[in-house]
Write a protein that binds this ligand. Structure first.
Ligand SMILES: [Zn+2]
Length: 255
């Protein structure tokens, strides 16, 4: 089971870089939540924790402490750049070798393959989250918030999706995660299905506020809000019971 720690940079009182009507903390979180959902929804043998799932203030030390105490296998930190440049770049700690270098190559290449950002290169930096994390770590800088052309891309949902998918597929390749196959029946607890993504996100946020760990699956033209996937039906029924107690009308779907 690969333990992936996803770190949306900044948050709360720290907006990160700002420009063109965007705050870095919000874009980082958008990308990070989708990376988590894609990993959990589309791959097996993976578990995810995040440094924050909302607009919380989290110190750099808290981020690396959380990943270290969990014993994460990978630290994935997501940021947006500023300072007048344009394009995408990624960072690892100076002087580290494999597997950090190969993991980074997967993540970097999968992102660059999916988005029309200039490739600024595979770089090194003495950043806190790279230095103080006990496991391989990468930090991505996804465009420049103060460059109108980059910011306009970051305002486009399909572009955010492509960035997130690049991160997720890169992690999946790095850790050889098996795609969820039709071979094993999974019982999924679903609390809603929507044609409009924002509606699914609103329900997911509500479920999160009630202590669930929802993710959004896009299948059959619908955004489906699901709470968990189980190979044993009784486990799905137990979670569905909790969802009913919380006011939802869950159904169990087999995929
Ligand atoms: Zn940042």
């Amino acid at each position: 089971m690969a333990k992936i720690f996803i770190d949306p940079g900044h948050g709360g009182t720290d907006p990160g870089a700002v420009g063109n009507g965007l705050q870095e903390k919000n874009v980082n979180l958008q990308i990070a939540l989708r990376v988590r959902d894609i990993l959990l929804n589309e791959y097996d043998n993976v578990t995810v924790r995040m440094s924050r799932t909302g607009d919380q203030t989290v110190s750099l030390g808290q981020r690396t402490n959380a990943a270290n105490s969990w014993g994460a296998d990978y630290f994935l930190s997501i940021h947006i750049n500023a300072g007048g440049g344009t394009g995408f770049e990624s960072f690892i700690y100076p002087g580290v070798g494999a597997p950090t270098t190969t993991y980074r190559n997967h993540v970097h290449d999968q992102i660059i393959n999916r988005v029309d950002f200039t490739d600024r290169g595979k770089k090194t930096a003495n950043f806190h989250v790279l230095r103080e994390s006990n496991m391989p770590a990468v930090l991505t800088e996804n465009g420049f918030i103060d460059r109108a052309a980059d910011a306009n891309k970051l305002k486009t949902p399909s572009f955010i999706e492509a960035l997130a998918r690049g991160h997720a597929v890169g992690v999946a390749r790095a850790f050889n995660l098996p795609p969820k196959s039709g071979g094993t029946t999974l019982y999924k607890v679903q609390i809603g299905a929507f044609s409009i993504r924002a509606n699914a996100e609103a329900m997911a946020a509500d479920a999160r506020s009630k202590g669930f760990s929802p993710y959004i699956a896009f299948t059959g033209g619908l955004y489906k809000v699901q709470l968990g996937a189980f190979s044993v039906r009784a486990n799905a029924e137990a979670l569905a019971q909790q969802a009913r107690a919380a006011g939802y009308s869950p159904i169990i779907v087999q995929e």
